[in-house]
Design a protein around this ligand. Structure first.
Ligand code: VTB
Length: 339
């Protein structure tokens, strides 16, 4: 006899507000503004347009947010800097991570998978990257999350993921940022017969593709390599919603950074798990495609409407939404005026 009972984990609650749906408006605005600079070769223009457009929309979201992953003090960015308070001053206290465009160079050069991204977690639950610019990352899909030893050699990890997915190693595709520092890693991947998808930039998109086995068919099965620590935290927020796992180890660029990290109490040998990078029950994630990619379609500027494609996800409910939106430039406040 088949059960007619809906599957339930017993964790359901009364329907409530899903901030991820509101956050999409912020990533849509950033995508529409920055997408105008497609192929113009200037990544700073891409970033500035995205930040300018995103910030006022975040101000309307019912949250008391503090930016913990922002534009950073490094370029003395006047907006969405670390520590800035965002939101309308009501609602939950949250940590907020923004990447107005992950892959500004992707947009400047019209390469795939440039995204605008925002993630929220409960206050104090996002990992603070401190001085640690890079992190060595491994991302695996849900079925492999508890089946691998992140300290094992690359070939063994790929084989374990294959086994967990019921797939042959040489049928798997590994996403890797295309950088000289990954030469050894690339050799190890090739030596076990797996395929490689090189990412010119943008390992948040790569992590989502790797973790989204049964939701987004992007042709990527795992991700390896050294990328930004902030992007690792943002990827962890996405994985809390999607399932799958990220394992990260801080990777200082030089002795000075190593010393600063140790001095500030970071353990450089420790493998950070998904929940250590982004904890708590309430995690929200939104992303909008700026350039066309395997994950999302880029912005289209039509004669009547501008269209955007976005991803909106929430960890507590596990809901994953793809949202296609048609914006009227004459009526929508999300559409920035043409400069
Ligand atoms: C990484 C990656 C990002 O830039 O931070 C990369 O995580 C920078 O690495 O997604 P390099 O120093 O090797 O360029 C991105 O690709 C885009 O911001």
């Amino acid at each position: 006899m088949t059960s007619t009972q809906p599957r339930s984990t017993g964790r359901k609650r009364e329907p409530d507000r899903n901030l991820a749906v509101e956050l999409v408006r912020a990533t849509e605005a950033a995508a529409m503004a920055s997408g105008r600079y497609l192929g113009r070769g200037d990544k700073n223009q891409v970033d500035a347009a995205a930040v300018d457009a995103m910030r006022p929309v975040l101000g309307t979201v019912a949250m008391r947010g503090v930016v913990v992953i922002g534009e950073g003090e490094k370029d003395e960015a006047p907006m969405l800097f670390n520590g800035e308070q965002v939101g309308d001053g009501t609602g939950p206290e949250v940590d907020i991570a923004v990447d107005p465009v992950d892959g500004t160079t992707l947009v400047a050069k019209a390469l795939p998978d440039g995204l605008s991204v925002v993630a929220l977690a409960e206050r104090g639950k996002m990992f603070d990257p401190g001085p640690c610019f890079y992190m060595r990352k491994l991302v695996v899909p849900p079925a492999a999350a508890s089946a691998i030893d992140p300290e094992a050699p690359v070939g063994e990890i790929i084989a374990a993921v294959g086994k967990a997915l019921g797939r042959r190693t040489d049928d798997l595709t590994v996403a890797v940022l295309d950088r000289p520092r990954h030469e050894g890693l690339i050799e190890s991947i090739r030596s076990v017969g797996a395929m490689i998808k090189f990412l010119p930039d943008g390992d948040v998109a790569g992590a989502i593709m790797a973790a989204s086995e049964d939701t987004i068919d992007a042709g990527v099965d795992l991700l390896f390599g050294i990328g930004g620590t902030p992007e690792g935290v943002i990827a962890a927020a996405a994985l809390r919603c999607l399932g799958g796992a990220i394992f990260g180890r801080l990777h200082p660029r030089n002795d000075e950074e190593r010393a600063a990290a140790i001095e500030q109490g970071y353990d450089l040998d420790r493998i950070l798990t998904t929940t250590e990078l982004c904890g708590g029950d309430d995690v929200f994630f939104a992303a909008t495609g700026v350039t066309d990619g395997a994950l999302l379609k880029g912005v289209r500027y039509g004669s009547e409407r501008i269209s955007t494609t976005s991803l909106s996800m929430r960890a507590r409910s596990g809901t994953i939404r793809f949202i296609q939106t048609f914006h009227d430039p004459d009526r929508s406040s999300l559409v920035p005026p043409l400069g």
